[in-house]
Ligand binder design. Sequence first.
Ligand SMILES: [Zn+2]
Length: 415
Amino acid sequence: MANGLPKVDLIITGDRVIDPSSGLDGPAQIHVTNGKIVSLSDDLSLQSASRHIDATGMIVCPGLIDMHVHVYEWVTNFGLPADDAGVNSGATTIIDQGSAGPWTVGGFKAYVADPAITDVRSFVSANVAGALMGGMEGIVLHNPGMMRIDAIVNAALDYPGFVVGIKSHGETGGISHWGTEVLEMAIKAAEESKLPLYVHTGELFPVDEKNRPVPASLMEKVLPLLRRGDTVAHVYSNMPDGIMGPGDKVPAVVRDAYASGIHFDIGYGINFSYRIARSMMEADILPNTIGSDVHADFNCYHDDSKLDYSLCGAITRLCALGMPLADVIRRATLNPAKVLGEENMIGTLAPGSRADITFLEPVEGRWILSDAEGEVLTVEERFVPSRVFCAGVDIEPSKRLLRDIWEWENTLAAE
Ligand SMILES: [Zn+2]
């Protein structure tokens, strides 16, 4: 006992602790016992603990939650190792978007999620099989004949807390073949299973050119179907059939959807455009959540050698584009936890929550990061995960997949 308080397992003292759920942004102490946070206080007088960690100089925040990853390795041709996308990249919880379908999600849980250190969840694909071959066989895999609403409902019942949503598509290829039929079936399944929907946007599947929809018409077809709390992905993508559309003004249907409570996820990935990001930010359309969309190469199983973007890379870029760090952290912690309805347990440093904590090291120096259009952004500060706690377990991230913000050859110093 010290100061009348019971001894705890671990105390972390930081000079900048950011906890969006309480609004804290400053010096604080986090007390951890039995894998749970027992207190968060700006009183820095040292209590009695088995272990004390001084995190001075670090940004200490709730364990990051990546809203969009692909980690069904070997079964899909673009899956990453779960812990490389998770704890080794600074994220204590990752949400796989549609790699598994209701007929393959059992294997995903048993062989990928359960053995991982990272907390892995699934937004199960609207089709029965999952993504398997990415976009390439989309017309075969994702057509209406591959949909079974009852299979999705059963997956949600069989794996509560693991199947936490449904992944569908609002993209040109599928709509050119079967309109919004699959999306409407996915919404019906979402209603019956009481799960949120996550919708990919932009061209992905092979297009029936005779029926190619006008790019600006895509969001007019898709967004009015979605419900409050559903998420659209790739909101700062430069695809003409994406959220922004082909113009340089945010369309009214997009503003209306955002105002009505449809969530916008960065879904960072390969089409992220600084130009689009600036236009959307000027229109006050900020992402609700930050998913990285990290995945391995298509066409070659288990090859992630060219992956050059990451969740912490997206965090770094959004800060460089002018979003305050605390606002960015909120979108990679508390907000995705709310999508899962688990904001009391993850994405927070509140007492009683799981001791998932990420240390981000602010690395200063001038770095050049390019976007999908080849535009370059000079970044003065990168946020590199230096340590994570997963339910109180101390882990040093390997940073193997953080090539965009960590490996020297990919982050060339500006002249
Ligand atoms: Zn994706």
